[in-house]
Design a protein around this ligand. Structure first.
Ligand code: BG6
Length: 484
């Protein structure tokens, strides 16, 4: 069967920076199913060739040295442009006619990618339904929805409800680009394709888990979005909770969309609800110095650009093991790491007894360089029985030679075209995630809020967050990429 991918919001940044380069790369690698057409839709008027020319330029820029003019020339003829306004029913009628024309009425699978302003998601879906574009009489119909999926639980529920009026859950693909990252998928492989980690992956051996998504960048010119979003909506409700679910979930019986997501959702169900004083004692919020001077930030804004949360997952595997989740803009470096901190030995019998070893640590580095590092104690040579921490490294880059790892959108777009929803968020998952984040946001807007701590950019967030960990006899793993 042939396929058509229709991108709404075609003149936007995501389309030129991520979606088209990903589709081009899939084509160049021979992975894009034969007869896949791409139709861009947005209000700006473009001729097909004009759009192709502009995409060629942006794609060659983003694809870098892997760009081949020859391959582009075989890709471009399948790229089309149709101008249209999401608010205008007539545009959808014209689009339906155009799609039928290029598909020659043949049975074709269609994926509608909503890369528009989030306020337009519900309208776009309504219009697709009204124009008969969701009807599966002549091929599958799927819809991909970019983040943010709602701004709180109520809006996410409303959006789910309105999409479900038109598409069944099995037709809906909610994007979280973190799930498309190779290293995030490698957590599945590490946990469920090996037998040596699983026996240790629980409360008996793990002291705590740290998930850090640190970004060196500040908000730049995104104040309009960021100031109403803040770090919890922008990073925690989606990306960081996704990393946590995959780290904490039980092994599914099969790697498929239903079973994987069933297990992830169980983690969210097991999260302990914070109440009363927990919001002040288990959360830290910060704002980088200079945030208030960023263009477009309202005076006196209390928006957090840093957060650290201590969460618990109350089930047999994890009861009592804190999950420390943190993220910030304006941090020391760009690094995303999951650290499994194992318990210390019960008794140290060697060498310098005053030196307490750190306990073993498994660092899964999601980005920028991808890999895994295992920390363990070894003997210092020629020094009696003195020990020190050593490490074993696995670097993804070494296993793929000079090539770079594929961008997350390649995997996600291909999965959506092929109907595999394992790496997409399900409706209940998104709502449960909001159910965890909403009460924190609410508490942060109330007298129960912890102070909004100021921090210098280029460091590891507010110094108080380090003290907060020390007070719990723990320490952040403040290390810029361990794998390079
Ligand atoms: C986006 C957020 O979802 O993820 C951004 O809106 C953030 O604020 C980005 O910078 C981080 O993604 P990545 O892939 O660069 O880690």
């Amino acid at each position: 069967m042939s396929n058509t991918i229709v991108i709404f919001g075609a003149s936007g940044d995501l389309t030129s920076r991520k979606l088209i380069p990903a589709l081009y790369q899939l084509h160049a690698k021979g992975r894009l199913p034969k007869n896949t057409r791409i139709v861009g839709v947005s209000r700006s008027p473009f001729e097909h060739d004009e759009w192709r020319t502009s995409l060629r330029e942006t794609t060659s820029k983003f694809a870098g040295k892997s760009f081949s003019s020859e391959k582009w020339d075989t890709f471009a003829p399948n790229v089309y442009y149709q101008s249209g306004d999401i608010k205008d029913a007539a545009s959808f009628k014209t689009l339906a006619e155009f799609l039928n024309e290029i598909e020659e009425g043949k049975s074709t699978g269609r994926v509608y990618y909503l890369s528009t302003m989030p306020q337009l998601y519900a309208t776009a879906v309504d219009q697709l339904g009204a124009a008969g574009l969701a009807c599966e009489d002549n091929g599958t119909r799927r819809v991909i929805i970019e983040k943010p999926f709602g701004t709180d639980l109520a809006t996410a529920q409303a959006l789910n409800a309105s999409i479900h009026n038109v598409f069944g859950e099995e037709q809906i693909y909610r994007i979280d680009h973190y799930l498309g990252k190779e290293t995030v998928q490698n957590i599945f492989a590490l946990r469920f394709a090996n037998s040596i980690f699983e026996p240790l992956w629980n409360r008996n051996y793990v002291d705590h888990i740290q998930i850090t998504v640190a970004e060196e960048v500040v908000i730049g010119r995104r104040a309009g979005y960021y100031d109403t979003s803040g770090i919890l909506r922008d990073m925690f409700q989606n990306h960081i909770l996704q990393l946590m679910m995959i780290t904490a979930m039980e092994p599914p019986a099969r790697y498929d969309g239903t079973m994987v997501r069933d297990e992830k959702v169980k983690v969210l169900h097991a999260m302990r609800k914070m109440t009363g004083g927990d919001f002040a004692s288990q959360t830290v919020r910060g704002q980088y110095k200079g945030y208030l001077d960023e263009e477009g930030v309202p005076p006196g804004s209390q928006t957090a650009t840093y957060a650290a949360l201590k969460l618990y997952c109350d089930n047999w595997r994890w009861r009592g093991v804190p999950f420390y989740l943190r993220s910030g803009k304006g941090m020391s470096c760009r690094t995303t790491q999951i650290v499994i901190q194992f318990k210390n030995v019960p008794h140290m019998m060697f060498g310098d007894k005053s030196r307490v070893p750190m306990g073993n640590r498994l660092v899964m580095q999601v980005q920028p360089a991808e890999g895994i590092q295992l920390h363990f104690e070894t003997k210092v040579p020629d020094a009696g029985m003195k020990t020190r921490t050593s490490h074993l490294d696995f670097n993804f880059q070494d296993s793929i030679g000079g090539d770079s790892l594929p961008d997350a959108y390649q995997r996600l777009l291909l999965d959506a075209v092929q109907g595999d929803a394992s790496l997409f968020a399900r409706g209940d998952e998104v709502e449960l995630a909001w159910g965890i984040i909403d009460p924190i946001i609410e508490a942060w807007n109330s007298p129960a809020a912890p102070p909004l701590l100021q921090y210098e950019t280029g460091l590891w967030g507010p110094p108080e967050a380090s003290q907060w960990m020390f007070d719990q006899n723990r320490e952040w793993f403040d290390v810029c990429p361990v794998i390079r």
